[in-house]
Design a protein around this ligand. Structure first.
Ligand SMILES: Nc1ncnc2c1ncn2[C@@H]1O[C@H](COP(=O)(O)OP(=O)(O)OP(=O)(O)O)[C@@H](O)[C@H]1O
Ligand SMILES: [Mg+2]
Length: 322
């Protein structure tokens, strides 16, 4: 079947078909065949045209605020864990304004966003996962082992890499990162507060200065001896917090740690690895620790302090896996 047909099929299968399928407890392709007078399945060309005109109207009839790019999307999104930080703006009348790009990547682009209402405003980092072909190469195999995935039309769309399927993959990574950040924030790990997730977009606490300058990554830091030791202690404490929760970062490096006012902040967590459920968990932990210890060693941390084998052993012990 051509990709185009598949896409159409999955798309139409989504138009309200979900409820019907759940009620029937069946996972078949009956939606199109069942099309009766009250059907909510495949649309005729005419209907499609009408819907697309409606959409265009909605986009163009200025349901956009005068002083921003969109109304706050808070109300429609998965919302971050409670208690909400006091700087969070939850009013639905708030306005989002895009101030620029922080960094483009292969897998996601990060933008600087301002959410404001009246006198109050807050900076946010908007991380938008891309759904092109080239993303997530280094994170596909392995990470998903031990995660349960239900067999469904979504799974098939993903396997077939339709445009719809690729978007679902991107959304899955956004969902995974939002869940990981929420969990980590709640157990007190130093991560950006996960404000919300909708579709492939995550809004995160902006790590940086009030003027919109993002904090440097650890890789760019040139700490003196004392600062290096302090960063090392923060790293070990963070890894311990993760190990206590039975997880490791999965892609830890000096690029996925930021340093803001001397404080180490861990970012980029969609591939977080469950040490027990993932059969390769200890392997990922070992790799994470060796990677980051390598950076500390290259900056002059003495081996007897930054010994990777000792740290791996401690973390496995903390995780109850020694
Ligand atoms: N909460 C944040 N506040 C400020 N800047 C951020 C934030 N999150 C990410 N960034 C910036 O965006 C960059 C990319 O973010 P992240 O690592 O999460 O995405 P990525 O697509 O995996 O990028 P890469 O492929 O470079 O690892 C970070 O290195 C950092 O400079
Ligand atoms: Mg990264």
């Amino acid at each position: 079947m051509r990709e185009h047909d598949l896409f159409e099929r999955y798309e139409s299968a989504f138009d309200g078909a979900d409820d019907t399928m759940r009620r029937k407890g069946k996972r078949t392709n009956r939606i199109a065949d069942d099309a009766g007078p009250t059907r909510r399945g495949r649309m005729t060309e005419e209907e499609k045209l009408r819907v697309s005109r409606l959409r265009e109207d909605q986009l163009s009839t200025a349901d956009t605020p005068e002083d921003g790019d969109r109304w706050s999307t808070w109300g429609d999104a998965d919302q971050g864990p409670k208690p909400h930080p006091d700087w969070l703006i939850t009013e639905l009348a708030a306005v989002d304004r895009e101030l620029g790009i922080v960094k483009t990547g292969k897998e996601a682009d990060v933008f600087l966003l301002e959410r404001a209402i009246g006198e109050r405003s807050t900076l946010l980092a908007a991380k938008r996962y891309r759904s092109n072909d080239h993303r997530m190469f280094h994170r596909d195999a392995g990470y998903l082992e031990g995660r349960r995935m239900k067999k469904s039309r979504e799974t098939r769309a993903i396997a077939n890499r339709t445009a719809f399927g690729r978007n679902l993959i991107a959304e899955q990574w956004a969902v995974a990162e939002f869940a990981a950040l929420s969990q980590l924030w709640q157990i007190g790990a130093p991560v950006p507060y996960p404000v919300q997730r909708s579709g492939t977009e995550l809004l995160l606490e902006f790590i940086g200065d009030a003027d919109g300058t993002a904090a440097p990554r650890l890789a760019q830091a040139r700490p003196d001896e004392d600062e290096l030791l302090d960063l090392w202690r923060q790293l070990v404490a963070t890894l311990m917090t993760l190990a206590e929760a039975g997880i490791t970062h999965g892609d830890l490096s000096a690029y996925n740690l930021m340093v803001h006012d001397g404080r180490l902040v861990m970012i980029d967590l969609p591939q977080v690895v469950d040490l027990v459920a993932n059969p390769r968990g200890p392997e990922f932990l070992d790799r994470d620790v060796r990677n980051i210890c390598g950076w500390f060693a290259s900056r002059g941390l003495p081996h007897e302090i930054g010994d990777p084998s000792a740290l791996v052993a401690t973390l496995l012990d903390v995780a109850g896996m020694a």
